[in-house]
Design a protein around this ligand. Structure first.
Ligand SMILES: [Cu+2]
Length: 210
């Protein structure tokens, strides 16, 4: 790991509690939470999942969509898109969908999309979020992508609570948006250093209906 990455990782560790919208260890005591079948629903639509539910999201993310080459395509007016940060057996610091690492994701213009992000990563600084933006790479160490055209945003989610997959609790959040304007966008991790140093991003294509 290059020195700059180590410094960034250390900074992230210091900032982690501030970056992550939820702190898993504190979640059971948060007000307004409900528990059902392995999912603890938090305020702001962020959920804490047991392994049984996290595994369902992981499996769905692998099998949904049509994989061709390095692209996962989704068809239809209503799309459920599940992206996993750091799925097991993939590169560190990456997104997975369709069983691919940082694939190009393609949707139809006008489609209503429910995007879910599940963070399966573990360790200090391993908070991951997602922003779909017109701003392409290269990205600066602290990506300021809030001023560019943003289709959707899920703030960085805390890493899983335990090293063991089956024992851990996982942070997951969803956002709904409509893909109105055709073109090339990028889904990017907003956690400092992740896009720049680890290329934690991929292309997001909105196909024209014509
Ligand atoms: Cu990240």
């Amino acid at each position: 790991m290059p020195l700059r990455s180590i410094v960034v990782a250390a900074l992230i560790t210091l900032l982690a509690s501030g970056i992550a919208p939820i702190a898993l260890a504190k979640m059971p005591t948060m007000a307004g939470m409900t528990q059902s079948r392995g999912v603890t629903q938090g305020v702001g639509g962020q959920n804490e999942l047991l392994w049984s539910k996290a595994r369902q999201t992981l499996t769905a993310s692998i099998h949904e969509g049509w994989v061709h080459g390095r692209t996962v395509s989704f068809r239809g007016r209503t799309i459920t898109l599940r992206i996993v940060a750091n799925a097991p057996h993939h590169h560190d610091m990456s997104f997975e969908a369709g069983g691919l690492t940082n694939p190009t994701i393609s949707v139809d213009q006008g489609s209503q999309i429910t995007l879910t992000l599940l963070n399966m990563d573990y360790g200090p600084g391993m908070a991951h979020g997602i922003v779909i933006t017109t701003k392409g790479p290269p990205y600066p160490p602290f990506p300021d992508i809030s001023h560019t055209q943003t289709l959707a945003r899920i703030p960085s989610l805390a890493p899983r609570s335990e090293r063991r997959l089956t024992q851990a609790r996982y942070a997951e959040a969803s956002v709904r948006f409509r893909a109105e304007t055709p073109g090339t966008y990028y889904y990017v991790c907003p956690t400092p250093g992740h896009a720049e140093d680890f290329r934690m991003y991929g292309r997001f294509i909105v196909r024209s209906r014509r």
